[in-house]
Design a protein. Structure first.
Length: 131
């Protein structure tokens, strides 16, 4: 088994956070373009509606990217395909991130239509047990 050079992933890309497992990348790869197209329009709206919180998050991540920066699971718009293991890993990564406070403030103000922000999934899952 070949080892990757320090600071690079298996494809030779720079690792700036915690890369997702290969199995997750393979599952999400075909859907990445769909998610990217959708997110561009949504991000513009979120930035416009929550400028103070967005600027604080942008400032917190300007010199040191958030730990989720290279992990497509955080911006994935089909949360039903994420496993319990995925969400547990994502919450753990969020808890270690230097920008979690700013991320939470932005998500709370903007209420993003999709994504995983500061350890929470948006939209928040419905509790099917309540009746």
């Amino acid at each position: 088994m070949a080892c990757c050079p320090r600071g690079q992933d298996a494809r030779g890309g720079k690792v700036t956070g915690f890369p997702p497992p290969v199995a997750v990348l393979e599952r999400l790869e075909g859907l990445a373009m769909i998610a990217a197209e959708t997110l561009v329009d949504e991000q513009v709206t979120l930035m416009r509606d929550s400028p103070r919180e967005y600027l604080a998050l942008a400032d917190a991540t300007s010199d040191l990217p958030a730990l989720c920066v290279d992990d497509a699971r955080y911006t994935f718009d089909r949360p039903a395909l994420l496993t319990v293991v995925d969400t547990a890993e994502m919450r753990a990564i969020c808890s270690m991130c230097h920008a979690v406070v700013q991320c939470d403030a932005f998500a709370t103000a903007a209420l993003p239509p999709v994504g995983f922000w500061a350890g929470r999934q948006y939209p928040e899952p419905k509790d099917d047990t309540a009746a």
